[in-house]
Design a protein around this ligand. Structure first.
Ligand code: C2E
Ligand code: MG
Ligand code: MG
Length: 648
């Protein structure tokens, strides 16, 4: 089985990774923001300073060249006006460009230098113009001198402007390159950022998915049974509540798997779980194949429940309960062994048997636990709740009875077939409650149900041994005492050693204590029963199968049981006079016992005819009211003497 992931550990890991990725995202985001800022600063410098400066420098150069060109034009044409018209316009433009440059990054010193040059040019141009204005008297030599001076100013200015523009170009190129690198870096960072965001999203998605899965798992665990996969008690209650609210009519059946506790204590809880699972599968498949519209639920450890989905009443509930009995004809395979099971069913009808959920469940439970009828299903009846309350009260009283030693053993003699010789006795428990004797039929089922049968059984065994020793020490003939053993005692691994220790404590000789095990217990898993019986035999007890004929023990196993005695169930003895079939069964059991060299005890012998019939069939021992009821230990010795029996 794979270990389920620890959600806390997983959450912690997810958180660590998530925080890591988040830090990476924040770092990348911060880096790209600062890188973006640098790039935008450089772009701004380029756009707002370098490029306008270069443009203005270019424009200034052009304007100055235009002016010198005009001087040459005027010189070559001799037309003063041609030059004068445009002179003003170009002069203004030059001044505007110098102003614009000084607004950008032109230093004051450079501005003054430029202004000085422009003024020098203006002066030479002005002188040139004045010379031109002389008309015919102009001196071409003087004009050429002014032209050359103006040209040298322009040249000097051109050199300065070119140097400056070169400087600016280099700086702009550098800025551009840095900006390009910055943009490339920014692109990388953007890529990193996108990947990081993608990762964060993926982690958030994974975390969300894990959480949803956890919630799904929680829901499944809360509302579905892990073994059968069926909806559990909560969903059953919800469904019932809905049905009651919608004023639907229907039924609730609680199905208890017979002998599940014995399976659990014999083969362990895993096998018991498998049995529940197989039963649930069979039921579901059966309901589906029959087209019965019912919901199946796991109610608790040994019970399942069915709720009708459609409106239904007693007839439908009874029909279904009868149908489900067919499960006992199936053998459910559990690994290497096959088991047959039976279902006990308690039914409550709604809304009649309860106006709320807990009442309906309690009443179906009461019907299930009602011990009255022999049928495998029972409908709830108002009287049952009193019965189940009594059951609980009895359990509480039994615990007190154990502490207060309110139990006692009565002994019923076993006679030889002639009825005269007492050859043993059976110890039968009684509960003295407020002066009255309570019979085992009234409390043994409660003791078995609550597990109290184990300490009670231990007390019985010890008390029977103590009594045997007391009688032997008092000089009574050594008669074997039979002690009844319940299924839970027999299946307890420590039982053989408990028997050995008890027998040793009271120094009981071989064969003086006989353990009676009911046929139903012996029929369950014979191989295991044989092993336990063999261990018990080693302690010196003899073994008897009680109530023989009522169970289903396989005859082939009977041969392998290391037993000494078969006790024919009193039901056969009671009717053997009237029923030829029962007489035939008794006959058969006796011949079988003979063939297997077993002693036979007939229980419930009440009338002389039964004794005669059994004696004729060569039955070894007889037990019944015909000879004596079970009597207190204190009366037993007196009874032995007064009945003038003698023992062998
Ligand atoms: P069982 O072991 O089969 O005991 C025989 C029952 O038949 C006894 O009932 C006995 O009183 C009754 N009986 C004997 N002769 C006659 C007769 O001629 N006619 C009729 N009608 N009944 C007769 P009891 O004492 O009420 O015990 C009932 C059952 O309770 C026992 O059946 C046994 O299964 C169980 N039981 C009794 N004592 C113990 C005990 O100490 N431990 C366990 N685990 N079960 C016990
Ligand atoms: Mg018995
Ligand atoms: Mg019996």
């Amino acid at each position: 089985m794979t270990k389920p992931a620890d959600p806390k550990r997983r959450a912690r890991w997810l958180l660590i990774v998530f925080v890591g990725v988040l830090i990476a995202v924040i770092t990348v985001a911060w880096m790209s923001i600062s890188s973006g800022r640098v790039v935008s600063q450089q772009a701004e410098t380029l756009a707002k300073e370098r490029i306008p400066e270069l443009r203005e420098i270019g424009a200034l150069q052009a304007a100055m060249s235009a002016r010198v060109k005009q001087l040459y034009l005027s010189y070559s044409t001799g037309e003063r006006l041609v030059w004068q018209e445009k002179y003003k316009e170009h002069a203004e433009r030059v001044h505007a460009h110098v102003d614009a440059l000084s607004q950008l990054s032109l230093s004051e010193m450079k501005r003054l230098q430029f202004l000085g040059m422009v003024q020098a040019f203006d002066l030479h141009a002005h002188r040139f113009d004045q010379e031109m204005a002389k008309g015919e008297g102009r001196s071409w030599d003087t004009l050429r001198e002014h032209l050359a001076s103006a040209q040298s100013v322009i040249d000097e200015m051109a050199v300065m402007l070119t140097m400056w523009s070169d400087e600016l170009s280099v700086a702009a190129q550098k800025d551009g390159e840095t900006a390009l690198i910055g943009v490339a870096r920014l692109t990388d960072l953007q890529l990193g950022f996108s990947v990081s965001v993608l990762l964060v999203s993926a982690f958030v998605l994974i975390a969300l998915y894990a959480r949803l899965k956890d919630q799904d798992e929680l829901y499944r665990r809360a509302y579905f049974d892990g073994v059968t996969g069926l909806p559990n008690r909560w969903l059953l209650e919800e469904e019932l509540r809905n049905k009651l609210e919608q004023k639907n009519a229907g039924f609730l059946q609680i199905l208890r798997i017979d002998r599940l506790k014995i399976v659990a204590s014999t083969y362990g809880h895993e096998t018991a779980d498998q049995l529940i699972k197989s039963t649930a599968n069979w039921l579901q498949a059966h309901l589906d194949s029959q087209g019965v519209r019912c919901g199946l639920y796991r109610l608790n450890s040994d019970s399942l429940a069915i709720i009708s989905k459609r409106n239904a009443g007693q007839v439908e509930a009874e029909y279904l309960a009868l149908d489900l009995a067919s499960i006992s004809e199936q053998s459910l395979s559990l690994g290497e062994r096959d088991l047959r099971i039976a279902l006990d069913i308690g039914i409550s009808l709604f809304p009649g048997d309860g106006g709320n959920v807990s009442c309906l469940v309690r009443n179906a439970d009461a019907a299930l636990n009602a011990k009255s009828s022999g049928a495998h299903y029972r409908f709830f009846d108002k009287r049952m709740t009193d019965e189940s309350t009594n059951w609980l009260v009895t359990e509480g009283l039994l615990r007190v009875a154990l502490e207060k030693a309110e139990f006692e053993l009565h002994y019923q003699p076993k006679q030889a077939a002639d009825g005269k010789r007492t050859q043993g006795s059976e110890a039968l428990i009684r509960w003295r409650q407020e002066g009255k004797l309570v019979s085992p039929a009234a409390f043994i089922p409660v003791a078995e149900d609550s597990g109290l049968i184990v300490p009670i059984g231990t007390w019985v065994l010890n008390e029977a041994c103590r009594q045997w020793r007391a009688w032997a020490d008092a000089g009574l003939p050594p008669l074997p005492i039979a002690v009844n053993i319940s299924a839970q005692q027999f299946q307890d691994e420590a039982f053989p050693s408990l028997v050995a220790a008890t027998l040793q404590n009271h120094a009981i000789p071989q064969g003086m204590i006989e353990l009676e095990i009911t046929e139903a217990v012996a029929a369950d898993h014979p191989e295991r029963v044989i092993a336990t019986m063999q261990e018990l035999k080693k302690t010196g007890v003899s073994l008897a199968i009680d109530d023989f004929g009522t169970g289903y023990s396989s005859l082939s196993y009977l041969k392998r049981f290391p037993i000494d005695t078969l006790k024919i169930d009193q039901a056969f003895i009671r009717t053997m006079g009237s029923s030829t079939e029962d007489a035939a069964i008794v006959n058969l059991i006796l011949s079988l016992a003979k063939a297997l060299s077993l002693k036979v005890v007939a229980e419930g012998v009440e009338i002389p005819e039964q004794q005669a019939q059994l004696a004729a069939l060569d039955c070894d021992l007889l037990q019944g009211y015909l000879f004596s009821k079970p009597i207190p230990a204190s009366d037993f010795a007196g009874w032995l003497q007064s009945s003038q029996t003698f023992t062998t």
